[in-house]
Design a binder for this molecule. Structure first.
Ligand SMILES: Nc1nc2c(ncn2[C@@H]2O[C@H](COP(=O)(O)OP(=O)(O)OP(=O)(O)O)[C@@H](O)[C@H]2O)c(=O)[nH]1
Ligand SMILES: [Mg+2]
Length: 254
């Protein structure tokens, strides 16, 4: 009797454990590297480093696989995975979703980088396909804005400006002025790698595989699913269409 009451009293303090994401909602989990402004210092090329990007892609692929997500997207030190409303694991428990996604991101990244790194994770809920389209367009716009700013800032820093001078020089500068700043130095922003300006997608793709049926000895064709990394994502309206097509696909297509 005493044991039971201790058990239930202690369990009752797990106040967030019953919290679940809404049934029927699209779920995005977004993970972000903790303190990466500092972590990347002296380790990775500024403003962009292909090896850091490769690690983020590897981490995104691991999350898409682990959570059987419909889509993964990464830019800078963050990644998002999209879960279908009817395919949210862990019985939609918020604590499980955020803790296990952050843990998986940190574990995958850290093993790849051979040094400990941590990620936070949060839940975003979408009520409709168009909500989800807006979410991913928002993250892609963030990627584009940060890439342009980062390129300008580090170009000025590498020319000898200190933090304050570079920050002041870019304060209030328009998008056109930033493009011009880079152009004057021979950097054509639209020609920089797409992953830097648009981010990178991870999605499932089907291929056919020929094999021999051991019982009949006949050649058979089987459909196999593999993860595809899309380094040349479309932008704006074309990206919205790409996302709508993805969400309209049946689980068998993806
Ligand atoms: N050197 C380098 N840094 C990068 C690269 N990609 C992202 N970063 C850095 O990662 C940081 C990401 O920004 P935030 O997530 O806002 O900052 P943070 O320091 O991680 O802070 P919290 O996320 O709040 O913990 C920025 O400072 C970027 O400069 C890269 O390819 N190379
Ligand atoms: Mg971060």
């Amino acid at each position: 009797m005493k044991r039971e009451s201790l058990e239930s009293r202690m369990r009752s303090r797990e106040v967030f454990h019953t919290l679940r994401v809404l049934p029927g909602a699209w779920v995005v989990l977004r993970m972000d590297g903790r303190g990466f402004s500092h972590f990347t210092e002296g380790r990775y090329e500024k403003p962009f480093d292909a090896s850091l990007h490769a690690l983020m892609v590897q981490t995104t692929r691991a999350l898409v696989e682990d959570f059987q997500a419909l889509y993964g997207y990464t830019e800078s030190d963050e990644l998002s995975i999209l879960l279908r409303p009817d395919a949210v694991p862990f019985d939609r428990e918020v604590e499980k979703l955020v803790s296990l996604s952050a843990a998986r991101a940190a574990a995958t990244f850290s093993v790849g980088a051979s040094t400990p790194a941590t990620f936070d994770s949060r839940v975003w809920l979408g009520a409709s396909v168009e909500d989800v389209v807006d979410y991913f367009r928002w993250r892609q716009e963030d990627a584009a804005r940060c890439a342009l700013h980062g390129w300008c800032y580090w170009t000025l820093r590498k020319e000898g400006m200190d933090v304050r001078e570079a920050t002041m020089a870019l304060h209030g500068a328009s998008v056109e002025a930033k493009h011009e700043l880079l152009h004057a130095r021979g950097i054509h922003f639209p020609q920089l790698p797409a992953w830097q300006r648009r981010g990178t997608g991870v999605l499932w793709s089907w291929h056919e595989k020929q094999g021999v049926d051991p019982r009949s000895g006949r050649t058979v064709t089987a459909r196999r699913r593999h993860l595809h990394t899309e380094e040349e994502l479309p932008m704006k309206d074309a990206y919205a269409d790409f996302l709508r097509r993805l969400m309209a696909s049946t689980p068998l297509d993806t």
